[in-house]
Write a new protein. Structure first.
Length: 131
């Protein structure tokens, strides 16, 4: 929304159906935004390219948020207020709070949460995706 600071958006082509709050990464062996997928559970922070704000149909183009405030869906793990978020370690395309020893995807955060979210719920987060 207009009162939540600067935002950066990228134009992508969806490989799959994307729903709001989904965490997105580049497809295998691609360096463009023309083949993006729900972030696999092994996605490190540099691989996350953005978060879906508006649904995008399979094989269609749309904008995803690369930097700014948006809703992010929690996977099987939870998202906790004032903690870093990472790609969920067991549920592709979702996020969880960063915890030590939880897997490859939790080495660093791609954003932080403003609120709590239980598994499969959404939390308002600030994201700064590097991918």
């Amino acid at each position: 929304t207009a009162d939540e600071g600067f935002q950066t958006w990228v134009y992508v082509k969806a490989n799959g159906t994307f729903t709001a709050g989904m965490v997105i990464a580049r497809g295998a062996s691609t360096s463009t935004y023309l083949d993006v997928i729900p972030a696999p559970v092994i996605t490190g922070i540099p691989g996350v390219v953005g978060v879906v704000v508006h649904a995008i149909a399979d094989n269609h183009f749309g904008f995803i948020m690369k930097k700014g405030v948006c809703s992010v869906v929690a996977g099987t793990g939870t998202i906790d207020d004032d903690e870093a978020i990472v790609v969920d370690s067991t549920d592709a395309g979702t996020a969880m709070r960063a915890t030590s020893g939880a897997g490859v995807s939790t080495d660093a955060g791609f954003g932080f949460a403003f609120a709590d979210a239980d598994a499969a719920a959404s939390a308002t987060c600030y994201v700064n995706c590097q991918g």
